[in-house]
Design a protein around this ligand. Structure first.
Ligand SMILES: [Zn+2]
Length: 169
């Protein structure tokens, strides 16, 4: 089990000093990616912030809007169209970062190595540029989509998600 060390406290102090939604600097991000201790702490803080802010968020329900028929009808229409704000638990059901990296490496490696496999060589000979150009476009799209998915589901490593308490104001 990894311990909280000097690097950790440096990275963590830096992280704590960031504002909410401020971009996490690269050295801190790299530390969070490779340090499970700090990553867990960051996620626990994000979860704590969600819990703490929950009583402040006003839930719009039919009961407190019943005096406004126009608004109720509008909300019903929106709900009927299937639009809603999904409430996501920031900690539960996460794919581990190791798995993300392994699959990413497999994906990129597969695309990089495919042209050198026997079927890849055969396709290049058979189809020439008609194969090579769409293949690299597909490869680029897949890797970009994968990267986007990774950033989207691990956004707390890239952007600070919680508010620090500001004193002295
Ligand atoms: Zn650490």
């Amino acid at each position: 089990m990894k311990e909280f060390n000097v690097n950790c406290s440096k990275a963590f102090d830096h992280y704590i000093a960031l504002d909410k939604h401020e971009r996490v600097p690269l050295p801190v991000m790299v530390h969070l990616v490779f340090c499970p201790v700090c990553r867990a702490a960051v996620r626990q803080m994000a979860a704590a912030e969600t819990l703490l802010s929950r009583p402040l968020s006003v839930q719009l329900t039919k009961s407190n809007l019943s005096d406004d028929p126009v608004l109720s009808a509008a909300l019903d229409t929106i709900a009927a169209a299937g639009l809603s704000y999904p409430v996501r638990d920031p900690v539960a059901k996460r794919v581990s970062l190791l798995r993300w990296f392994l699959v990413g490496i497999l994906l990129a490696g597969g695309f990089a190595l495919f042209p050198f496999t026997s079927s890849g060589i055969w396709m290049q000979i058979e189809f020439g540029n008609a194969f090579v150009v769409p293949f690299y476009i597909l490869c680029g799209c897949a890797v970009t989509a994968y990267g986007g998915l990774f950033v989207g589901t691990n956004i707390d490593l890239f952007v600070k998600r919680f508010k620090t308490l500001k004193t002295g104001f």
